[in-house]
Design a protein around this ligand. Structure first.
Ligand SMILES: Cc1cc2nc3c(=O)[nH]c(=O)nc-3n(C[C@H](O)[C@H](O)[C@H](O)COP(=O)(O)OP(=O)(O)OC[C@H]3O[C@@H](n4cnc5c(N)ncnc54)[C@H](O)[C@@H]3O)c2cc1C
Length: 392
C-alpha cells in the first residue's frame, strides 16, 4: 500500500525521477535527493522504444507525443564506408500499429524536464546539492552536509557508480567493457543538408560504429560514435574530448559521417562500463533501479527505457504488497529475466556491428535478406517492444 507512505529516492536521473513519479501517482509521499546543484542531463539524445513510451503515457506524460519527440521512419543499418543501406527496421506508423505505441527520439533534457514537471505536480519534493557519502547496513544515508536520513524505503537510482549497490549486492565495481563512446549534438544548420532521411542511422564498420538521428523537429543531430579500446585509463568515466580524435577514428567513412563529425565541435568521451547481473536487487529498506541495478551497453538503446519500466513495476509491487520486502522480491522477480536478456542482446549487438571480414559479410547478407521481409524483421523485436509492463 502506498497511500501516505514516505519514500526517499537517491538520484534525480531518469530512473530516479520516473520512480518518484510512479510512486507519487499511487499516493506515496516522495523526496528525491540529488548531488547535483540542479537537474542536469547530458546534452544528448535518447531513443525510447514503444515499451517505454507506453509507460510514459500511463504516467500521464502525453507531451511525449508532442513537438519535443520525433518519430523516425525507420532504423537503418548502413555500411560505414559507403553509406549504403544494409538493413531497415520499419518504425513510424508501422511500429505504432505493431507494438501499440510509437518509437521516439528525444533530447534527454526534454524528457527529464517533462518527468520532473509531472513529478512536481504530483507533490514530489526535490532536494538538490545533497550528496550521500555513506550508507549503513541498516540502509541509513549520511549526506555531505552532515545530516543523516533513516528512510522507511530507499529507492537507489544513483547510477552505474551506485554507492548503495555495494551495500545491497556486495562489492561489484563496474568493469570496463572495451568500448568508448563520443557523444555530441550538432545544430542542423551548421552541418548543411546531410544525405540522410528522418530515420535513426547506424553506420557499421570494423571495431566501431556511429549512430546519428535528428532531434527537436530536425533542428539538431544527435551523434554517438563508438570505438573498441583495450583499456580506459581515465579516473573519470566521462570527459571532454578533442573533436579531431573522433574525426581521426572515422576517417575515410562515407560523406554523411564525415559531414556530421566535421561539424561536431564539443564531443564528450565516455568509457562504457557494466557488470554481471546482480543476484540481489534489494536488502532491508533499500532497492535498486536503473543503471544502479542493471547497467548495459547502449547498443540497443535500452538503459533509460528499462529504468522507466523498473519505475512502473516497483511502484505497482509496493502498492500491491503489504511489506516492502515482499514487494521488492516481486519487483526483482518480474524484472530480472527481462533486463538480463536486454543486457545480453545489447552486448551481442557490439559483436554484430563491429564484425570484420567473412563474419561481417555473412551477417550482412543475413540482415539484407531479412530486410526484404519487413514483418519478419519487425518480429525479431516483438519480445522487446511489445511488452506492456503497465498491465503489471
Ligand atoms: C552513449 C550512450 C547512449 C545511450 N542511449 C540510450 C538510448 O538511446 N535509449 C535508452 O533507453 N538508454 C540509452 N542509454 C542509457 C541511459 O543513458 C542510461 O541507462 C540512463 O540514463 C540511466 O539513468 P539512471 O537514472 O539510472 O542513472 P544516471 O543518469 O546516472 O543518474 C544517476 C543520478 O544519481 C545521482 N547520484 C549518484 N550518486 C549520488 C550520491 N551519492 N548522492 C546523490 N546523488 C547521486 C547522479 O548525480 C545522477 O543524477 C545510453 C547510454 C550511453 C552511454
Amino acid at each position: 500500500m502506498l497511500k501516505g507512505r514516505r519514500i526517499d529516492v537517491l538520484g534525480a536521473g531518469i530512473a530516479g525521477v520516473a520512480a518518484a513519479l510512479a510512486l507519487a501517482r499511487r499516493g506515496a509521499e516522495v523526496i528525491v535527493h540529488e548531488q547535483a546543484a540542479a537537474a542536469a542531463e547530458v546534452g544528448a539524445g535518447l531513443q525510447i522504444g514503444p515499451h517505454g513510451v507506453r509507460v510514459l503515457r500511463a504516467l500521464g506524460l502525453d507531451a511525449v507525443a508532442g513537438p519535443l519527440a520525433s518519430e523516425p521512419e525507420a532504423v537503418i543499418l548502413r555500411d560505414g564506408l559507403t553509406g549504403r543501406a544494409i538493413a531497415r527496421v520499419p518504425m513510424g506508423a508501422r511500429a505504432a500499429a505493431r507494438w501499440g505505441a510509437p518509437y521516439l527520439q528525444m533530447h534527454r533534457a526534454d524528457l527529464l524536464g517533462l518527468l520532473m514537471a509531472a513529478a512536481g505536480a504530483e507533490g514530489v519534493a526535490f532536494r538538490f546539492g545533497r550528496r550521500a557519502e555513506a550508507v549503513t547496513d541498516a540502509g541509513a544515508l549520511a549526506f555531505d552536509d552532515g545530516s543523516m536520513l533513516e528512510p522507511d524505503i530507499l529507492v537507489a537510482a544513483d547510477g552505474i557508480r551506485s554507492m548503495v549497490r555495494a551495500q545491497v549486492a556486495g562489492g561489484h565495481a563496474p568493469d570496463f567493457t572495451g568500448q568508448v563512446a563520443w557523444r555530441g549534438l550538432v545544430a542542423a544548420d551548421r552541418v548543411g543538408p546531410v544525405p540522410l532521411g528522418p530515420a535513426a542511422h547506424v553506420f557499421l564498420g570494423p571495431g566501431r560504429h556511429l549512430v546519428a538521428y535528428p532531434l527537436r523537429s530536425g533542428t539538431l543531430w544527435n551523434i554517438v560514435a563508438v570505438e573498441e579500446r583495450a583499456e580506459w585509463a581515465s579516473e573519470d568515466w566521462r570527459q571532454p574530448a578533442e573533436p579531431t580524435d573522433v574525426r581521426r577514428a572515422f576517417r575515410g567513412w562515407c560523406p554523411a559521417v564525415t559531414m556530421l563529425l566535421d561539424a561536431l565541435d564539443r564531443p564528450f568521451l565516455w568509457g562504457l562500463f557494466s557488470h554481471a547481473p546482480l543476484a540481489r536487487w534489494h536488502k532491508g529498506r533499500a532497492v535498486l533501479v536503473g543503471d544502479a541495478c542493471h547497467p548495459m551497453l547502449p547498443f540497443l538503446a535500452q538503459g533509460a527505457t528499462m529504468a522507466i519500466e523498473d519505475a512502473w513495476v516497483l511502484a505497482a509491487m509496493l502498492d500491491r504488497h503489504d511489506t516492502s520486502g515482499s514487494a521488492f522480491a516481486a519487483y526483482q522477480d518480474r524484472r530480472k529475466t527481462r533486463t538480463t536478456r536486454v543486457q545480453k542482446a545489447s552486448a551481442a549487438n557490439a559483436r554484430i556491428y563491429h564484425a570484420t571480414g567473412a563474419r561481417a559479410a555473412v551477417l550482412r547478407t543475413g540482415m539484407r535478406g531479412l530486410s526484404l521481409l519487413p514483418d519478419a524483421m519487425m518480429a525479431r523485436f516483438d519480445w522487446l517492444y511489445a511488452t506492456d509492463v503497465t498491465g503489471t
